[in-house]
Design a protein around this ligand. Structure first.
Ligand SMILES: [Zn+2]
Length: 182
């Protein structure tokens, strides 16, 4: 469980705090541009940076990398599991989509996906898309949607995007794996 009393700085997308040195806002920092296209933020004097490729180091200042507002999700955040976030991420990557398609892409049971879509909508993280918009998208996507116009389509809400970004920022694996490479 995340420590709710911690006040680690919340960063813009693609920036993550390095766990090896956990810089705080009073530290001087250096970024490491990792192979997964994230910029890992280390303390300026972190020992791991000595081993890093110099070309991948970037000068950073806090005010340029802090999220513009410090979003904190509500208590309903704890009702969500990794599969829920996989669904939200699917909608971030593919925008408007419907349950059967999401089930297929993510390898989930159909009924489970229906249930999760409903739950995510009730939490305000997804919203239904009006038929009109779907038809418009169908046109620009060269009839891609034509077989599916009777499905209920969903897309991310602003709140859903904020929850997803918060989740992704907290759950990035192998923060140190790049810089620990010999
Ligand atoms: Zn470090």
């Amino acid at each position: 469980m995340a420590d709710k009393t911690s006040s680690s700085p919340l960063l813009k997308e693609r920036y993550v705090l390095a766990k090896c040195c956990s810089p705080s806002e009073t530290d001087q920092i250096t970024g490491y541009f990792s192979y997964d296209n994230l910029i890992k933020v280390h303390r300026h004097d972190c020992a791991n940076l000595i081993k890093a490729e110099p070309d991948r180091l970037v000068q950073l200042v806090w005010k340029e990398i802090l999220a513009t507002h410090k979003f904190r999700p509500g208590t309903d955040y704890t009702d969500l599991d990794a599969t829920d976030f996989a669904i939200l991420k699917h909608h971030r990557d593919y925008d408007i989509d419907y349950s059967l398609k999401v089930a297929q892409v993510l390898g989930l049971e159909k009924q489970e996906t229906f249930d999760r879509h409903r739950k995510l909508r009730e939490l305000g993280l997804l919203e239904r898309v009006e038929t009109l918009i779907v038809q418009y998208r169908k046109k620009i996507a060269k009839n891609k949607w034509i077989k599916h116009r009777n499905h209920t389509y969903y897309k991310l809400t602003e709140r859903g995007i904020a929850y997803l970004n918060f989740y992704l920022a907290e759950n990035i694996p192998n923060i140190e794996s790049d810089t620990n490479r010999e």
